[in-house]
Design a protein around this ligand. Structure first.
Ligand SMILES: [Ca+2]
Ligand SMILES: [Ca+2]
Ligand SMILES: [Ca+2]
Ligand SMILES: [Ca+2]
Length: 493
């Protein structure tokens, strides 16, 4: 065997255990005057039970098809789906479709190739999607059940912890195959089989059976509207999704979403809506002007600044795990901008956890320290304020209001392991601490339990009016940054 002396380029790349760094490649290839190759592709293999001729592709966690990734299932439904080597998957769905017939398998994660030197990789879908020895009615039902479970928790595939999805699929598969399987789970598998067998294989219904990325029924309403299917097996064809939705809802109690979380930190999502007209304030009695203290100018963006509030419980002097160390405070303050204005920018471009680009809702996703609330143990408390300015600009002509701050207790009220707080920019009737204009309050906002008698407080995550029409729309959409999950310890029930 001939061993070549490795070139410097080769050695550098070998030393990079991480993903190939774009800048490094640019600099190296510039020196060598030759373009670097792309990483070798990855091919996912498997078979779809009864899916001969099906079109196989990948849906992202948002339910949208991944462009350019497509294969046709051959005899016995066997497929080989090739992905570019630099593409990884997170909570994606392998989808096989024959007209209205559609099978799914949920893939919690597939890493991109770690180096341009890695050989082409062949991976069976069973290694990526627990229970997917074949892509069939069971893997389809499991994928739909996981999506439904996440929705019931106010979450979705985009932000869900991959380790939690993996553990949940393993658990679900065991439960469905068990001799004493919960009938509610088997009902969903049977309903999926009925949809699969009765959906037209060709013709007008080309969108498939399932709508995992939508907000309504997981069963595509248009499919059954145009082609009623007996969803519940009572012999009568059903023209709406209601019977299927009921079967899914009944099965949610039969399994849990298995996820374990970092104990001492929590995902915090701060959001503000900044639009030309602020809309109605929280009193619903007036509109407010986001430009009261800041002016329109090119090059401005929305920033946030703040820090840990002094009313948080500090160490030493309190039991460990009920107080913050100075190191935790310093790290959190740095992440929040430490009260320097226009340093920590927020995003309205669909990145950094922002759910939708250009919708006027600006998002910042953070990791902040977390103390489990208990009797006599106050939560972590932060204060912050939004600004609209140019990078590194001072307070003048940028802050939403002067001399006040917004208060927030890091308490996860709706149980999704995210603290998400949404407030319109410059609305002085929300969690602004002093000179607060909310007519349910007393001009000030206080921590829960420390508020004056009869005065409302507004210092935790809550359901909000997202569009300024004075109708509460629901919990803030925490965007694409999920909870801080870790793999659960082995043997955990
Ligand atoms: Ca029926
Ligand atoms: Ca946005
Ligand atoms: Ca929450
Ligand atoms: Ca509304």
């Amino acid at each position: 065997m001939i061993v070549h002396k490795p070139s410097i380029l080769f050695a550098l790349l070998l030393s990079c255990a991480c993903n190939v760094d774009g800048l490094l490649l640019t600099e190296l290839s510039r020196g060598n005057h030759r373009p670097m190759p792309d990483p070798a592709p990855q091919t996912v293999t498997g078979d779809v039970t009864g899916g001969e001729g099906a079109s196989v592709g990948v849906l992202g966690a948002d339910g949208k098809a991944l462009a350019g990734v497509q294969a046709t299932a051959a005899s016995k439904g066997v497929f080989a789906l090739t992905l570019p080597g630099d593409v990884g998957l997170a909570n994606a769905l392998v989808s096989a479709r024959l007209g209205g017939k559609q099978w799914l398998a949920l893939v919690p994660s597939l890493s991109p190739q770690s180096s341009v030197l890695a050989p082409p990789r062949l991976v069976h879908i069973d290694e990526l999607s627990p229970g997917a020895l074949h892509v069939d009615d069971v893997t389809t039902a499991m994928a739909l059940l996981v999506v439904a479970k996440l929705r019931s928790m106010g979450q979705g595939l985009p932000g869900a912890a991959g380790s939690g999805v993996t553990d949940t699929l393993i658990e679900l598969h065991k439960k469905i195959l068990a001799a004493d399987a919960d009938p509610a789970l088997l009902q969903v598998v049977a309903a999926v089989a009925r949809v699969r067998s009765q959906a037209p294989a060709s013709g007008a219904a080309t969108e498939g059976s399932w709508d995992p990325g939508g907000a309504g029924s997981l069963l595509r309403a248009g499919l059954v509207a145009g082609h009623p299917i007996d969803l519940d097996g009572d012999g009568a064809a059903d023209p709406t999704t209601a019977k299927f939705d009921a079967l899914i809802a009944a099965a949610l109690g039969a399994f849990t979403f298995k996820a374990c979380y970092v104990p001492d930190r929590i995902r915090v999502v701060l959001q503000t809506r900044f639009v030309a007209s602020g809309g109605k304030n929280a009193n619903c009695d007036a509109t407010f002007d986001p430009y009261l203290w800041t002016s329109k100018a090119d090059g401005k963006a929305v920033f946030v600044t703040g820090g840990i509030h002094k009313d948080s419980q500090m160490c030493p002097g309190a039991a460990a795990a009920t107080c913050l160390t100075q190191a935790q405070v310093d790290t959190a303050n740095a992440a929040l901008g430490n009260w320097m204005p226009n340093q920590v920018r927020m995003y309205d471009d669909g990145t950094h956890g922002d759910a939708a680009a250009g919708d006027g809702t600006w998002t910042l996703a953070l990791e902040l320290p977390y103390i489990e609330p208990a009797e006599g143990v106050p939560p972590v408390r932060i204060a912050y304020k939004f600004t609209y300015g140019k990078p590194a600009q001072g307070w003048t002509d940028s802050e939403e209001f002067p001399g006040n701050q917004r208060l927030l207790e890091l308490v996860d009220v709706n149980g999704d392991r995210i603290v998400a707080r949404f407030d319109p920019f410059a609305d002085e009737t929300t969690n602004k601490d002093k000179k607060n204009g909310n007519d349910q309050g007393c001009g000030e906002v206080h921590w829960v339990g420390l508020d004056k008698k009869g005065c409302s407080h507004d210092v935790r995550e809550r359901k909000v009016d997202l569009d300024g029409d004075c109708v509460i729309d629901g919990w803030p959409n925490p965007g694409t940054a999920g909870p801080l999950a870790i793999p659960c310890p082995k043997g955990m029930p």
